[in-house]
Ligand binder design. Structure first.
Ligand code: SF4
Length: 206
């Protein structure tokens, strides 16, 4: 893996209305590219204006916390920011992909959102999220945090072929139990549906 450090001009992607599917008003990408490298990933197909390989060359927005702090501070904003759900992970990476172990941008972002009393929705495929239980519990108690996991199916063999770099579906299901036991509302996303492989009635049912 190659991590390219960059300075971002802005972090928040603002939306006029709450997204009813992903449950967020504003979203952010702290990293671009994703070494989970799932074979069905639209990022891999589109590359989203990234230099290099989406599944190997990760762009790290090293000043993300500083920029986000400015964007969240009411006196530094022209327009008020609605206090609503923030989505961490916005389509060009997973907030808990391996590079997060080193940079901890997701953890620091959650601490900032706690400080500014925002609500949070995290969508991931990674069990690394367990590391941040302490701060997630604080934000859940103060406002609300939804923890969602993403699945293309719950079939271990399908997962090994199409998403070999992420924890198995069983491990992700265990994470849902773990976070539910810790008082979180949890979500499950069925994405991507792989035509003729994971869209059979049996697969969808399971
Ligand atoms: S985890 Fe998500 S962003 Fe990362 S490669 Fe897989 S589908 Fe793409």
């Amino acid at each position: 893996m190659y991590a390219k450090e960059v300075e971002a001009k802005s972090i928040l992607r603002k939306h006029k209305k709450i997204d009813s599917w992903f449950v967020y008003h504003n979203s952010m990408n702290l990293y671009r590219g994703c070494t989970h490298n799932c074979s069905y990933c639209d990022g891999r197909a589109e590359n989203y204006y990234m230099e290099g390989d989406f599944g190997k060359d990760i762009v790290v927005k090293t000043n993300a916390i500083e920029v986000l702090r400015k964007e969240l501070t009411p006196t530094k904003r022209k327009l008020p920011l609605k206090r609503s759900f923030m989505l961490s992970g916005g389509g060009v990476g997973d907030s808990y992909e391996p590079v997060e172990k080193k940079y901890e941008l997701t953890r620091k972002t959650i601490e900032l959102l706690y400080e500014f009393n925002f609500l949070l929705h995290i969508l991931t495929k990674s069990t690394l999220i367990k590391r941040d239980l302490d701060i997630l519990k604080k934000i859940n108690k103060q406002s609300r945090a939804i923890i969602s996991f993403n699945f293309s199916s719950v079939d271990e063999n399908v997962s090994k072929i199409f998403e070999p770099n992420v924890p198995s579906p069983d491990k992700r299901l265990d994470m849902i139990s773990y976070f539910k036991d810790n008082g979180f509302v949890c979500g499950m996303f069925l994405m991507s549906v792989i035509p003729l492989i994971t869209d059979t009635p049996e697969m969808i049912d399971s």
